[in-house]
Design a protein around this ligand. Sequence first.
Ligand code: FAD
Length: 504
Amino acid sequence: MDTVETDVLIIGAGLSGINIAYRLQEAFPDLSYLILERRENLGGTWDLFRYPGVRSDSDVYTLSFPFHPFPGRDTIVAGGELLDYLADTAQRFGIDRHIRYSTEVRAANWSSAEQRWTVTVAGPDGIGELRTRFLISATGYYDYDHPHDPRFPGIEDFTGTVVHPQFWPSDLDYRDKRVVVIGSGATAITIVPAIAEDAAEVTMLQRTPTYVLSRPRRDPSDGLLRRLLPAGPAHRAATVKNIVGNWALFQLARHFPAKVRALLLGRARRQVGPEAVEEHFTPPYNPWEQRLCVASDGDLFRAVRNGSVRMVTDTVDRVVPEGIVTGSGELIPADIIITATGLSIKIFGDIDMIVDGEPVRVGERFAYLGALLSGVPNFGYCIGYINLSWTVRSDATARLLTRVIGRLRDGDAAVVTPRLSEVRDSHPLMDMKSGYLARSVDRMPRTTGRYPWAMDKNVVRDLWAVSRASLDNGLEWSGTRESDPAAVRSSRVRGPASSRSSGI
Ligand SMILES: Cc1cc2nc3c(=O)[nH]c(=O)nc-3n(C[C@H](O)[C@H](O)[C@H](O)COP(=O)(O)OP(=O)(O)OC[C@H]3O[C@@H](n4cnc5c(N)ncnc54)[C@H](O)[C@@H]3O)c2cc1C
């Protein structure tokens, strides 16, 4: 494998990697960059998840890139459409030419003497090394290979088929079968109505209810904006409307939880009736303490109402050969069990990061504006919002990192390192009570709750802070481009022209 050197190396060709690549090449057309992707395709989440009905939960105006509006008319869109859209974006802007597929980043070593990262990768040609001045992790937030596994007792004795939605077999035939979906999150809520018509029986078995909000697949107010305005302004107006709408709901939920709870439960009652809401749609926590889930055009409520889905709110006591025995002793017979039991968090793709010989323990580091890491030079990462479309933060992060890299190109310094002098308080970066986040707080970067060491769930405040950041408060700029050994080495650089270092 060639020893390629680039100005910027991006890990991950999902939505965030494509987003960052676009912003970087837009600002610095001569900058050299590569995207390393461990899978054989781009798209990340939207390529991995293939379960029936897979779709966005958030509106496509905020989920698509501001620089390339999503072309369709629906507000909630199918996973396959999002994947096509990401592929189209990468191709349209020439980003796909910078992607190396089937290349997994295993380790990254920073040398202050070299002012470089040396990145160890496993690719089609074996193990190799790449060098870069600036490293960006756009690896998403969960483990692609190991979803959360609650280890239901007896599951190995089940005589039917067990499927995790993360690995949906394309040939799974659920027609006329009895299916039990275990879970109450967005995935279970999507799969259950999608398979209800074809399966013989579908039971959604949940331990804890979730707030479910019915949203139209095609929002008439977005349609109205399209009719009144040209395409670009209509998209921007719908984006602003949806950011403000989500922000307002989140703020109301924080400040007036009882009122928002009453509002959500009232809407659910109108859809599915008071008894079902009492039993299966009344969570024991306040709205937005965990993620709110969406039923597209009220599909889950409709399926419960017409009897094609049965809800059971109970624990799993054990799995037996013919089905599941609940905590209250009921046997639910099943041919297929779908364990929609959630994700397992993985930050920065579990890469072994070393700075001048010292291993970096991510859970002990602090997040600078949710995009850089305390004590780690020339390193950025992209983590999106969990209470709004991921892309809104991914694009804000991409712009911030572009500003940081711009200063390294145009200023005197060659190295930027976030430095936090005093810690009074500390919280996990993705702070919510959802099980999958709570299980992994010790592996996440921390925040102090005070900017620039914060990433507030008040997205309007957060977007303001990120876009107005001074880049002096909390960041140490050091090294000089004259002391940079690259100038000496550039004549030795090998690899494709597009990945040669031009100097940032
Ligand atoms: C089922 C589901 C539904 C969702 N619905 C929504 C929604 O409606 N709205 C929303 O805003 N968000 C949603 N999300 C969040 C979703 O993850 C984001 O929308 C977005 O796709 C994240 O993009 P990303 O590029 O940051 O991460 P990912 O999509 O996870 O992509 C990361 C990429 O990095 C690669 N990678 C990881 N580690 C390495 C490594 N070591 N070396 C090389 N490559 C590596 C992966 O293979 C992958 O391609 C959903 C998530 C899930 C799981």
